[in-house]
Design a protein around this ligand. Sequence first.
Ligand code: SF4
Ligand code: SF4
Length: 300
Amino acid sequence: MSQTETPRLSISIAAGKGGTGKTLVATSLALALNDDYPGEVQIIDCDVEEPNAHLLLQPEISSESPVHVLVPEVNLDICTRCGECAKACQFSAIAVIRQAVLTFYDLCAGCGACAYVCPVGAITEVQRQVGVVRAGCVAEQIDFVTGYLNVGDQRATPVTKAVKERIIPERINILDAPPGTACPMQETVEDTDYCILVTEPTPFGLSNLKDAVDTCERIGVPCGVLINRDGVGNQGVDDYCAAEGLEILMRIPQRREIAEAYSRGETLAEARPQWRDDLVQMYKRIEEIVSSQYVQEGVS
Ligand code: SF4
Ligand code: SF4
C-alpha cells in the first residue's frame, strides 16, 4: 500500500461479552459506509455459533458451502490396539480401551499426529462437516458472508477461518467477531487493521473490556473503544481509557428510540441520519490512525 493512497480497511468489531450491541454497530457501520463507498463494503459475520447480522441486514443469500475438518478413522481390522495413537494425541481425542479405539471428534484438532504414529497404517483422515458458509448481498451492493457451526459441535474456529477466506481485500471489510476473547474471537480479529471494542460503561463492561484490550495487544491489532448505552453505569471505562491511552471512538447514548429501532430490526444508520454520519466519521478517524501507524512503521 502506498502511503498516499487511502487504504480499504479491514475492521473487526469485538466485545468482551455478549449483548453489548456489537452486531448493531457492525451492521450499522456497513450500511453507513455503503452510502459513501457504494459497492465497496463487505460485512462478514464471524459469530458462527450465533450469527445474527442477517436479522438486521436481510441479505439475499446466493450460495452455501459446507465446511469440513479432517478427523481420524480407525480400521479396526488391522489395528493392533497398541495405544500409540492415544499417547501421541495432545488433546485426549483418541483412546484405546480394551478392544475398542474411541475418537472424540469434539476434542480432535485434526493435527494428524495419530495417523502419523500408527505403526500399521490403521488410521486414515476423513472429512467431517462442522458447518456451512453462506454468502450473498445486502441491497444489491454490500457483500455479505456468514458462517454457521453445526448444532452441538464445538469447533467454531474452522468455520470462522472458512468465513474469513471469503474476504475480498479490495473492499472495506467489517468483521463481526464472536463475543468474549476465546479462540474464535482471536481468529476473527487477527490480521484485521483495527479492532473496535464495544463496551458498556459499567464495572462488568470494564472488566470485559480489559480482557479484550489485552487480547488485541497480545495479537498485535490496534484497538479503540465504542461506548454503547452511554449514560448508564459510571466513569470507570472513561478513566481506564484515559489511563491506557485508548481512544474512545464514539458514544451511543442510552436512548429509548435506539431500543425501539433495534426491536423493529433497524440499524443505527437507518434510525437517525446523525448516527450514520458519526459512524462514517469514526471510520475516517480509524483510517487516520491506521495510516499514521503505517507511516511510523515505514510501510510503503
Ligand atoms: S496406533 Fe494404530 S494400531 Fe495402535 S491402537 Fe492406534 S490405531 Fe490401533
Ligand atoms: S488428529 Fe490429532 S487431535 Fe485428532 S485424534 Fe489424532 S492426534 Fe488427536
